[in-house]
Design a protein around this ligand. Structure first.
Ligand code: SF4
Length: 610
């Protein structure tokens, strides 16, 4: 590195660190911004950051190595990541990636020799309604086709900057197909905050509790109880404070409703966060945006800036002397596990996103050990409406145990994929009819993504709601010609890829599951392997540290129960066949030692050459 380049390099790191006040809790943003400027995170870069932050290098390396969107090896100047979700595959994403690699003379997962381009896969990018999708330098491109692949390969070969690529490539449609109270919201800016300030924090909390609002991220925890516990919890130490966190780490494959809410109703979400802050007594809020939604960052920051001008954020909100609150956006970096609230908080603190031991729960010991309410994007939007219109109004929508509406992200085999907002209690058959799925020809719907439930056609009268089908929102439709084994196979790879590796049962168990499914797919499976899946399921359910491990076997479990022939037709051998051929693996050692006699082979093993 030349002196001038070296100076330039130091100046880049210094400028990024200065923007973040040399604050180690902002390490994620520091690494991201440094990488955006320098292209990748070399050892020298990480050492420079560690030195300036007075942190051990191992800690900085640990964080950089944890997130799939941070790169500690050089990548191509054009980094292409194809969404590997099952619905993208059903739309031909896998074949298009191969076509791109063929045209670029490149193997998937490799960088071209001239350092120009790399092509690989990533987990679902949240564009399932307009796939096949991919990211180029983390900017999404949807509706990929053979022609678009050819055009993009030409642009890459010509080294055309992304800013000069056709704008149409980067168009993202909202695809809102059905609106109700959230997507049809017409609240004036500040209306919910004004009502909250007029009512006061305790009375607002009472309205939220009265509304029976429950979390929309899948678990369905009562929002009023969460806010109340946070409000009543006492912070500790000099940094005593309360925090509001919006979980926009929408990583469950097949879910993209938060992307649309943040595109079209961001004011309502921020309004809900501000009302929550008034109830729990927070001065600071953070919205954790998944790295795949990087394209929304400027849009959201613009709205926050406007809301500060409108005095809906900052000091003395709406002239109220006792209420100051502000929000910042924190960008994730490609780790599904950060959707779990305690892992998300670790990430917010600039650490690896490993779920914490609970209790204590984040609501009493969250961000920096302080009381923190973490709510889903959709929950906060609904809370904003309740603050404006009251709990009674909200209770008139939905069912007794599931009040309000639910946003459903529909993808797969239907003519109108997109976002549908329904009152809770709507049945699956109605959603299928609305989205253009052929009821005679639909064999299954995966509800709430791989960690959710797969329902067969005889269950289509089941209802969306906490009393029946609880969901974070994904709704993937599979018609009769789909192979449900392949669906589960894709999900097994997803969990093995996304296991954070912290606890052994999940780290090893998800890989064993993937290997079992690979083996069955390759035609080497037997009944033994199917029983093995059930054994691994028991292990994961009983010993995993967090929900990812608990639910990793769900797709295999459901499909084995409901679509067992899809597995059995692959079991060419009913006798046990080991997944690992130890004798073959030792062949290199035999060659090196010049031995091929019977004693150099395992007992009952392959034929020995004379
Ligand atoms: Fe990480 Fe899996 Fe253990 Fe959760 S269960 S902590 S994702 S290894």
């Amino acid at each position: 590195m030349s002196v001038s380049t070296s100076q330039n390099y130091s100046e880049i790191i210094d400028a990024v660190l200065a923007r973040h006040r040399n604050d180690p809790t902002r390490l994620m943003q520091i690494l991201r911004e440094t990488q955006e400027t320098l292209g990748w995170l070399s050892l020298e870069t990480l050492m420079g950051i560690a030195r300036r932050l007075h942190q051990p290098l191992a800690r900085i390396q640990g964080v950089a190595g944890f997130y799939s969107f941070f790169h500690t090896q050089p990548l191509g100047r054009y980094r292409v990541l194809w969404s590997d979700n099952i619905t993208d595959r059903m739309l031909g994403g896998g074949a298009l990636m191969e076509e791109m690699c063929r045209r670029l003379w490149l193997e998937p997962g490799r960088v071209s020799e001239d350092g120009l381009v790399s092509v690989a896969t990533t987990s679902c990018t949240g564009m399932c309604d307009q796939g096949p999708a991919m990211l180029v330098n983390y900017r999404p491109i949807t509706r990929m086709s053979t022609q678009r692949v050819a055009e993009i390969v030409d642009l890459i070969r010509g080294e055309v900057p992304l800013e000069q690529w056709p704008a149409e490539f980067f168009r993202i449609d909202d695809n809102i197909r059905r609106r109700d109270i959230l997507l049809g919201n017409r609240l004036a800016h500040g209306e919910a905050i004004g009502a909250t300030l007029a009512r006061g924090p305790q009375a607002t909390l009472d309205e939220i509790k009265h509304s029976s609002l429950r979390g929309r991220g899948g678990a369905g925890f009562p929002t009023g109880l969460k806010w109340e516990t946070c409000r009543n919890a006492t912070g500790t130490g000099d940094a005593s404070a309360h925090y509001v966190v919006c979980n926009a780490d929408e990583g469950e494959p097949g879910t993209f409703k938060d992307r649309v809410l943040l595109t079209t109703q961001a004011d309502l979400v921020f309004e809900g966060m501000t009302c929550a802050a008034h109830v729990v007594g927070a001065k600071r809020g953070m919205l954790y945006l998944r790295g795949e939604y990087r394209h929304l960052l400027d849009h959201l920051n613009d709205i926050l800036a406007r809301r500060r001008i409108e005095r809906l954020l900052g000091d003395n909100i709406l002239g109220h002397a006792d209420f100051s609150f502000d929000i910042e956006i924190h960008l994730g970096a490609g780790a599904y596990v950060c959707g779990e609230e305690s892992a998300l908080i670790e990430s917010l603190e600039g650490k690896r996103g490993i779920p914490r031991n609970r209790p204590p729960f984040p609501v009493t010991h969250g961000y920096l050990g302080q009381p923190t309410t973490v709510n889903n994007v959709e929950t906060l939007a609904a809370a904003g409406l309740i603050c404006a219109y009251g709990g009674d109004w909200f209770r008139t929508i939905g069912t007794e145990k599931s009040t309000g509406t639910k946003l459903i992200s529909v993808s797969g085999d239907c003519t109108m994929p997109g976002i549908y907002e329904y009152p809770f209690g709507t049945d699956v058959a109605e959603i299928l009819a609305d989205c253009g799925a052929n009821p005679e020809n639909t064999q299954a719907v995966q509800i709430s993504g791989p960690s959710g439930i797969c329902i067969a056609s005889d269950e289509f009268r089941r209802r969306i709601g906490f009393e029946d089908l609880s969901t974070a929102g994904a709704f993937m439709v599979f018609d009769n010609h789909r192979d449900m084994f392949e669906v589960a196979h894709n999900f097994a790879h997803f969990f093995a890829h996304e296991s954070c590796g912290f606890c052994t049962p999940c780290r090893v168990g998800t890989t064993l599951l993937k290997n079992c499914m690979d083996k069955i797919e390759a035609g080497h499976g037997s009944e033994y392997d199917i029983n093995e899946i059930f054994r691994i399921n028991h292990l994961l359910q009983t010993t995993s540290h967090c929900g990812l491990g608990h639910s990793a076997c769900n797709p295999m479990f459901d499909t084995l129960q409901k679509f067992r022939p899809a597995y059995e037709q692959r079991l060419h051998s009913l006798a046990f066949e080991p997944a690992f051929d130890l004798d073959a693996a030792l062949s290199q050692a035999r060659q090196m030692t010049g031995r091929d006699d019977r004693a150099a082979h395992l007992e009952d093993s392959v034929e020995v050459k004379p």
